[in-house]
Design a protein around this ligand. Structure first.
Ligand code: MG
Ligand code: ZN
Length: 375
């Protein structure tokens, strides 16, 4: 009897709270329908956990420190769980597959599920709806992260097969390194047969594209150079060229932009390498947000496939032997592997409010699909 009395009291309380909540909520549903973006720019910092992102707030060129990193411009923030379908610590192929197809898979899989069954990715889904699509990477374009958005192979190192998948895919624009993977034994590449115009020397604006034309920029035989080797503004410039080109379609576009080498710096436990790669990515994010502000119809998502290196920004010295120095940040790594830390999801523009919370990385796919695919 006592319990039922308590339950009644609890229920009354909930009903009272419910009435309070219901009134404003109903107003919201009526007045503010979820805005639907026309375009999506999905930016993936490979290996960019919260500490890597934080590094942009403390390190970088002097002139840049005067203004807040572009990450501060996002108001809808979430965290994603990254474990793959088979291992708690994911690798990039499984993470890219999760984000691109909504399926958790084994760590080495690209675009196939746990049973190696091909799963449709967001590029394929959106292409059917008339979207134009593109992928950009600062590694080779056949590397796991971009490959997740166009390829279906059981193993990430099948680079030649992944290259063939890109030729046959719906991708309208690509930029990165890796032209060697497109060459057959006679040194021939298949771009012309697939109607793709590829520039191997430098980025340049695409003038007056005809409907159906596809373009690529492959500026290295394998990976692109690091920032310290002189990659310069490749990432932001190729993104801007892609946006101009993809905007010529009748429907919207989907563009994946990867800061690939944040991960490699993490594996190498190389702080300076990591900071220069994070800063390049952060600056590209800034340019994309400037564009999104002007355009008004573009949803920008910034996330990572996983964290790399167990990176931290601890105070220098050692608390236990009284040498701690809280005036100095001493960036350190805990591992040369990926970690299972949750990764940031920053969202900006129409539909961004859907990306708050803590959820599986596969939800990024589902959230995008429910925003973009007309029922
Ligand atoms: Mg990658
Ligand atoms: Zn990695």
């Amino acid at each position: 009897m006592r319990t039922s009395k308590i339950n009644k009291g609890v229920m009354m309380a909930f009903m009272a709270i419910g009435l309070f909540l219901l009134v404003p909520l109903m107003g919201q549903v009526e007045s503010g329908k979820t805005k639907v973006p026309r375009n999506v720019i999905l930016m993936i910092g490979d290996g960019m956990g919260v500490s890597q992102l934080s590094a942009a707030y403390y390190f970088g060129e002097e002139k840049k420190k005067e203004q807040e990193p572009s990450f501060s411009r996002f108001s809808y923030i979430g965290l994603a769980r990254t474990s793959s379908g088979s291992e708690p610590v994911t690798q990039s192929p499984a993470a890219a597959t999760a984000i691109a197809t909504g399926y958790k898979t084994y760590n080495m899989a690209v675009g196939v599920d746990l049973d190696t069954v091909v799963r449709e990715n967001i590029v394929e889904l959106l292409s059917k709806q008339g979207f134009m699509t593109g992928v950009i990477a600062t590694s080779h374009i056949t590397d796991a992260t971009p490959a997740g958005f166009y390829a279906h192979q059981p193993e990430r190192y099948m680079q030649k097969e992944i290259a063939q998948d890109l030729l046959k895919s719906e991708i309208d624009f690509f930029a990165g390194g890796g032209f060697s993977y497109f060459l057959d034994t006679t040194g021939h590449n298949g771009f012309e047969e697939h109607g793709i115009q590829v520039d191997f020397s430098k980025l340049k604006k695409i003038r007056k594209p005809e409907p159906g034309e596809r373009y690529g920029f492959l500026l290295a035989a394998e990976r692109m150079p690091t920032m310290r080797e002189g990659r310069k503004d490749f990432l932001s410039k190729s993104t801007s060229i892609a946006v101009d080109f993809l905007s010529t379609g009748e429907s919207g576009y989907f563009l994946m932009v990867e800061g690939s080498q944040i991960d490699w710096a993490g594996h190498g436990n190389n702080v300076q390498y990591m900071i220069t790669e994070v800063n390049d990515f952060e600056q590209t994010v800034g340019h994309v947000l400037d564009y999104a502000d002007k355009n008004g119809e573009t949803l920008v998502i910034v996330t990572a496939d996983h964290e790399t290196g167990g990176f931290t920004l601890g105070a220098a010295g050692n608390n236990n032997d009284d040498t701690a120095d809280y005036t100095i940040i001493e960036p350190t790594f805990a591992t040369t592997n990926h970690s299972a830390a949750l990764v940031p999801v920053l969202a900006y523009g129409p539909g961004a409010e859907n990306f708050i919370g803590i959820y599986e990385n596969t939800e990024i796919f589902h959230k995008l699909v429910s925003l973009l695919i007309s029922k």
